[in-house]
Design a protein. Structure first.
Length: 118
């Protein structure tokens, strides 16, 4: 075990930081810019024609959602709403009715709420 750990330490010294950072995932969020997903719990690709991926940070009640190929963000969104989105059969319909600004009157929109820094 000690040799294995020594090998990992040596390997970390040999691998350039540019290669290590390639393993971190950053997404470009519309109306916000780049966000590092390191502090989010993310789904894999979802089997939905509209909602392709969801990432949630419970500490800040902040959700990132990829609709087709575009990432959007939502503020002060509770875990229950995110869980319900992931549980329903029609994620697109749920999103449009319960999350999207036009369906909720902007309840989770970030325009008038503090956007967390990561």
């Amino acid at each position: 075990m000690r040799n294995f750990l020594s090998g990992l330490v040596l390997l970390s010294l040999v691998i350039p930081s540019s290669i290590v950072s390639a393993f971190a995932e950053t997404v470009d969020v519309k109306y916000r810019g780049p966000v590092d997903l390191a502090k989010f719990e993310c789904t894999g690709e979802l089997d939905s024609s509209v909602v392709k991926r969801v990432c949630y940070n419970a500490e800040h009640s902040y959700m990132l959602i990829r609709l087709k190929q575009v990432w959007y963000h939502y503020c002060e969104i509770d875990q229950g709403t995110v869980s319900a989105l992931l549980a329903v059969e029609s994620k697109g319909s749920f999103y449009h009715s319960n999350i999207k600004d036009s369906g909720t009157g902007g309840k989770f929109g970030c325009r008038d709420k503090p956007v967390p820094e990561f």
